[in-house]
Ligand binder design. Sequence first.
Ligand code: SAH
Ligand code: TMP
Ligand code: ZN
Length: 402
Amino acid sequence: MKCRICHTEIQSFMSFGKMPIANGFLNEDEYENEYFFELKPAFCKECFTFQIEEQPDPEQMFHENYAFFSRTSRFMQQHFKAYADWVRKHHLQGDDLFVVEIGSNDGIMLEHFANHGIRHLGVEPSANVAKEARKHGVNTMVRFFGSETADEIVAEYGQANALLAANVMCHIPDLNGIAKGAEHLLKKDGVLIFEDPYLGSMIEKVSYDQIYDEHVFIFSALSVANIFAPYGFELIDLLPQKTHGGSMRYVLSRRGERSISSAVLKIVAAEKKAGLELPKTYERFRENCAASKERLVRLLTKEKEAGRRVVGYGATSKSTTILNYCDIGPELIEFISDTTPIKQGKYSPGMHIPVKSYAAFMEDYPDTALLFAWNHQKEIMEKEDAFGAQGGQWMMHLSKKL
Ligand code: SAH
Ligand code: TMP
Ligand code: ZN
């Protein structure tokens, strides 16, 4: 395959096998037409971008029934308020400000610009979540962002002071189109700020469940610098985040427009030390994934043999990679409990484990809960004292303690 960024010929270094759409929770009568593709990650030695070889059509994933509502997590609500406050404090000065967000979902972040009377626009292709955003006073356009959308926005609203995003850049296969869009959309001194799951954290924790259809890229500072350089942007700041199991906030401006924070040099040096630009790092990652799979299946089999009930906690998109790669179905996990109404009553993609309400977990505690929403561990542990107190055990697919 060709690298999606620099078009160098690259080879995948492993396969997670046949995968369904990660957020494709379905009903029994839909099993027959379930869509599968092969999930194969690859690494480009030229631009250092970690990516997946094949990605289903974006229309298969982002539509009027998109299952992920950002507001589900209280912790993420706080995070996005803090993100918005930080942007306003450090990167938005002057009058007549205009802020655009890509993948604004239910308005979880833009709401905090709307509240301050700042002109804003969310660009969000999933109509159901966009509708929710409008309910919160967030101006939203139901569209995929790209260079043409950027031109339309400029024509209608003028150029923007800031182009923001979270957990969406890594979803967009045509990142060159996004970079071009940013080049057109931003004012001369405008900033591009986004955060996404961080490659450094994924390699360190062997959190291979970050890899699924929607995550076509997992970024590092090294790759982000290379991706945006041809469009005249440079990295001016980097801020590690705890969200989604370890993320990075990237801040870019047009070259020479802003001073560069010392964090940039420091984090780039740490990435080189961790070998993020070396193919051998990914060979080791493959071996670590195989060991992780072997361990999880062994633990679950032991629970079953001991006659203990195991329930999954959080029907996350990430869990689709774990369950399908490890070939774990309802014989090992009784059901998955999730607070999102549109997932409840359906079955997990590929392995068809029933998804039930949170009440189903609360009202009949299992012996063991497999924490799929491990990235929300803090928030979950705070409210699940009672489960532990009556003898409930927690299990995770990660062998490293968080
Ligand atoms: N920013 C939110 C939502 C992340 S989920 C958060 O961090 O919680 C990713 C969102 O991006 C989804 O709502 C999806 O519909 C949207 N999306 C996917 N491709 C997009 C594109 N090309 N342009 C704009 N939004 C996109
Ligand atoms: P995410 O990892 O992609 O953010 O998805 C988290 C999923 O976990 C989402 O479907 C909601 C679910 N969830 C719960 O069921 N209970 C919780 O306490 C939390 C925080 C999430
Ligand atoms: Zn490349």
